[in-house]
Write a protein that binds this ligand. Structure first.
Ligand SMILES: *[C@@H]1O[C@H](CO)[C@@H](O)[C@H](O)[C@H]1NC(C)=O
Ligand SMILES: *[C@@H]1O[C@H](CO)[C@@H](O)[C@H](O)[C@H]1NC(C)=O
Ligand SMILES: *[C@@H]1O[C@H](CO)[C@@H](O)[C@H](O)[C@H]1NC(C)=O
Ligand SMILES: *[C@@H]1O[C@H](CO)[C@@H](O)[C@H](O)[C@H]1NC(C)=O
Ligand SMILES: *[C@@H]1O[C@H](CO)[C@@H](O)[C@H](O)[C@H]1NC(C)=O
Ligand SMILES: *[C@@H]1O[C@H](CO)[C@@H](O)[C@H](O)[C@H]1NC(C)=O
Length: 819
């Protein structure tokens, strides 16, 4: 039995005979121990029966339950066995106990497509994402594990005329549909068949170790007959019986459900579609209500899914002459001076027709049908047939005889006729001109942002003709100086006062002054011999003030020098900005990253707000903003830089020599170099002074000697220092203004050294054989030594090298330390 179980020792899982359940991975090779049953007397061996399938075995006298070969989950996922304990006679003394072995899946089965090739048909322009074919693959591995989780993907399609994929696949279901691009660009006239290479991967497609299969899918594209019909034209106000069929749409296959979809919100929607796709208009249309209808026709399947894109249906409503002319005013009033002569233009009658413009349906013609009174004669007036303009047919008006005439005009569009009423008042002659109260109204200063419609000036002229007639009414017009029509003048009909208003927003940058000439005239013409003269003309000037200009700083960049040690609250500089409009200015700081500065809002005085530190930043830059104090509050910015000047505020510090050591027992003349540095600005090479601090003991054991401004040697004064770590107080003075001292502690080891002159540090106490602990100790020593070599403190020279050094280094005392 021992031999049988070769290679299966070391497995600690064992226990007494009882009912057991095990999980075992499929696909194991060779011998694989599952468990060891302990055999207790009087039992001497075990017997296994059940679904052993020639793989599950038991070593009868050792109790090992093992596999010899592999199980296949796809063949049998659960094995049920029994085990019994037998005595020397081969008789059962215990059991049977049931053994259940669950076989765990491994990914040992690739996915397989159900067909070796798939064929599908798709309509041109079919809805993107709407599946037309499904591919399906199966995987024999355990469906509850990723081993059987399949993911589909389109690898290529042939041909591929665009840079986009024309088809897409749902990676979970294998459903194939057109992509957005495919829906637009597939065209059987150009390419009617495609081959897709579809791949399926297990492990949810997420692993490089996934198993894969491919299949070809052949797709035929069929031409789409689901196309928008041409625009339909319908005559409005149709008297035919409705509904009337106007056009038709048709889905590629029978059985589609058609519907219409409104595009715009309409009070009524007079169209329907039947299940043959025929579209009807349901009632007479009115062009004057809506000239063009646009809506969509849709085709859906039985589930209500859209089969294709909605089609745009356009219906144009054609005009017929179904609207009568309409008088613009219920009563139109004209004035005519009693002295006016034949042909004199009196005024124009206005009428409209709702039918389509610039067609005969809306062409209007005028005719006078009645005049009252007919004194001194009928047909005193003539009307221009096409334009509706009134003229005098004779010069025989007399205000004392008839002061007003009523005239009836027939307006026709050839189908409909409308009558309009006109009153013509006979008025005094216009022999007086408007006279301005003054000819120069001076300067009128206004802000650039004065709103449109605001009255900026009132002007007055008077006219001595008959009040409240066209002879005395005044029209003010700007004759010169207003090319852009920025101003308009309105007249109060009661007083003839003129109000100059802003017509269009002013722009200071375009024009800052306007020199304006105003002329006052009457709507009625002047009698012969009288003319407007300079008394009907007035002048005034408009001066535009720039509404709001940004404040202007006295400089773009302000620079100040300051020592880094100034107290908080020191005035650094005053910045000033002026506002062209004279507004108060408020100052703020931005980008004040370290909050070192603050500014007085009103005065622009900049103060320090925190201790400065040149060593942190020597040019400190902030932005000053000046903001106007008004509604619009425009602002501008300037840069403020302080150059922070050094003061001696950093004590010297050690740059080299933090860990020094000397080999024990000490030899005479050994020394170690230390180097210091100072963070303050150095205009000249620093002159540092090194000295020892601490007690007299220290000074009697150690001494320090200058090399140069930054370096010194530390050396023991005698050779009988004991083997330990020393802490030696060191004072470094920078001789600055004021002088600063750095107080440091040098850690110096006096230690046993290895043969190569490396410091050897013993780690812990060990007796007997060299232990790992000791090895670590030596290693550590070496590491520390490497650190020292880098620090340039400790060197060990071989004889050969010593000669070379002699050439370079003149001091023999130094060499003595090096063995
Ligand atoms: C495993 O099976 C092989 C072949 O059936 C046989 O030769 C070998 O002895 C078996 N090993 C064990 C440990 O049962
Ligand atoms: C499967 O498709 C979904 C949705 O499109 C996507 O989020 C997922 O990453 C895809 N899985 C793989 C393995 O490509
Ligand atoms: C649809 O067309 C068929 C055949 O032309 C016709 O028999 C049927 O009446 C039509 N259906 C409708 C609702 O018009
Ligand atoms: C239709 O025409 C008749 C005259 O032809 C007119 O009276 C009616 O107002 C018109 N209807 C619409 C809606 O225009
Ligand atoms: C304004 O125009 C008048 C008449 O055109 C002219 O006499 C006058 O000098 C002009 N004034 C200015 C300031 O341009
Ligand atoms: C303008 O004409 C009126 C009379 O129509 C006259 O009184 C006035 O003096 C004239 N003004 C000038 C400046 O000539």
């Amino acid at each position: 039995a021992q031999a049988t179980c070769h290679g299966i020792n070391g497995l600690g899982i064992s226990g007494p005979l009882q009912d057991m359940t095990f999980s075992v991975s499929e696909g194991t090779t060779g011998v694989h121990v599952i468990y060891q049953f302990t055999i207790e007397p009087p039992a001497v061996s075990l017997r296994l029966s059940g679904e052993k399938d020639d793989v599950i075995e038991i070593a009868s006298t050792d109790g090992y339950l093992y596999l010899n070969g592999s199980l296949d989950r796809e063949n049998k996922a659960i094995h049920r066995l029994q085990v019994e304990a037998l005595n020397v006679m081969g008789e059962k003394v215990k059991g049977p106990y049931s053994i259940t072995i669950n076989v765990q899946d491994i990914n040992d089965n690739p996915p397989k497509f159900e067909k070796s090739k798939y064929y599908g048909t798709v309509w041109q322009n079919s809805h993107p994402g709407k599946p037309f074919l499904r591919v399906h693959a199966t995987d024999r591995d355990d469906p509850t594990t990723p081993n059987a989780k399949l993911s589909y993907n389109i690898l290529h399609h042939f041909p591929n005329p665009f840079k986009w994929m024309l088809f897409q696949i749902n990676n979970l279901t294998g459903a194939i549909s057109t992509s957005e691009h495919g829906s637009r660009f597939l065209n059987p006239q150009k390419q009617a068949t495609f081959i897709l290479v579809v791949t399926v991967k297990d492990l949810a497609g997420m692993s490089e170790n996934a198993l894969t299969s491919n299949v070809d899918v052949e797709i035929t594209v069929k031409e789409n007959i689901w196309k928008a019909p041409p625009k339909v034209s319908i005559k409005e106000n149709s008297t035919e019986p409705h509904p009337i069929s106007i056009t038709q749409v048709q889905w590629n296959e029978p059985g589609a459900k058609y519907d219409l979809l409104q595009r715009e919100r309409l009070s009524r929607f007079p169209f329907t579609i039947d299940q043959n796709g025929t579209i009807y208009v349901t009632e007479p249309l009115d062009r004057e209500e809506n000239e063009l209808y646009s809506f969509f026709a849709t085709a859906k399947d039985n589930e209500g899914e859209e089969l294709g894109r909605p089609l745009l249906i356009l219906v144009q409503v054609e005009d017929i002459n179904d609207n009568p002319p309409v008088c613009q005013n219920a009563l139109t009033i004209f004035e005519v001076q009693e002295n006016e002569g034949l042909g004199s233009n009196i005024g124009t009658l206005h009428a409209t027709d709702m039918d389509k413009k610039n067609t005969l349906n809306s062409r209007l013609q005028f005719r006078i049908v009645d005049q009252n009174p007919k004194i001194p004669l009928d047909s005193l007036f003539i009307i221009q047939q096409e334009a509706g303009t009134f003229q005098l047919s004779s010069s025989s008006l007399n205000k004392q005889v008839v002061s007003a005439y009523s005239v009836t005009v027939e307006v026709t569009d050839k189908v409909f006729t409308t009558l309009c009423d006109v009153k013509i008042n006979v008025i005094d002659i216009n022999d007086q001109i408007p006279i301005f109260e003054k000819s120069d109204y001076g300067n009128c200063t206004i802000l650039e942002d004065t709103p449109e419609g605001e009255v900026i000036l009132e002007i007055q002229a008077t006219d001595a003709d008959e009040p409240f007639t066209g002879s005395s009414q005044i029209i003010y017009q700007i004759e010169e100086g207003d090319q852009n029509k920025n101003f308009i003048i309105e007249t109060d009909p009661q007083t003839n006062r003129g109000f100059v208003k802003i017509n269009k927003a002013l722009d200071f940058e375009m024009s800052s002054t306007y020199n304006l000439t105003v002329k006052a005239t009457n709507p009625e013409p002047l009698v012969q011999g009288v003319q407007y003269n300079s008394s009907s003309i007035a002048y005034f000037r408009v001066v535009v003030v720039d509404a709001n200009e940004v404040p202007v700083f006295s400089k773009n960049t302000y620079i100040a020098d300051i020592f880094e040690d100034v107290p908080i609250g020191t005035l650094v500089m005053t910045v000033t900005a002026n506002d062209p409009e004279g507004d108060q200015i408020r100052y703020t700081l931005e980008n004040n990253k370290r909050n070192w500065l603050e500014i007085e809002t009103v005065s622009g005085k900049i103060y320090t707000a925190a201790p400065l530190d040149r060593e942190a930043e020597h040019d400190y830059k902030v932005q000053v903003t000046a903001t106007e104090e008004n509604k619009k509050s425009r602002s501008s910015t300037a840069i403020f830089i302080i150059h922070i000047k050094d003061v001696n505020d950093n004590p010297p510090r050690l740059a080299k020599g933090n860990h020094l050591f000397f080999c024990h027992p000490l030899r005479g003349g050994v020394k170690a170099e230390i180097q210091a540095t100072d963070d303050d600005e150095q205009l000249y090479p620093p002159e540092l002074a090194f000295s020892l601090g601490g007690s007299e003991n220290i000074k009697s054991d150690w001494e320090i000697s200058r090399i140069d401004g930054t370096r010194a040697y530390l050396s023991p004064k005698h050779t009988n220092l004991e083997e330990k770590q020393y802490s030696i107080p060191l004072i470094i003075n920078d001789n600055g203004e004021p002088p600063l001292e750095g107080d440091l502690n040098l850690q110096v080891n006096v230690c046993r050294c290895s043969d190569e002159g490396r410091c050897f540090i013993e780690v812990g106490n060990h007796s007997g054989m060299p232990s790992t602990g000791m090895a670590v100790g030596i290693l550590l020593g070496v590491l520390i030594f490497i650190g020292l070599v880098v620090g340039g403190v400790f060197l060990r020279m071989k004889n050969k090298k010593r000669k070379e050094l002699k050439k370079n280094a003149p001091k023999p005392s130094e060499l003595k330390t090096l063995t």
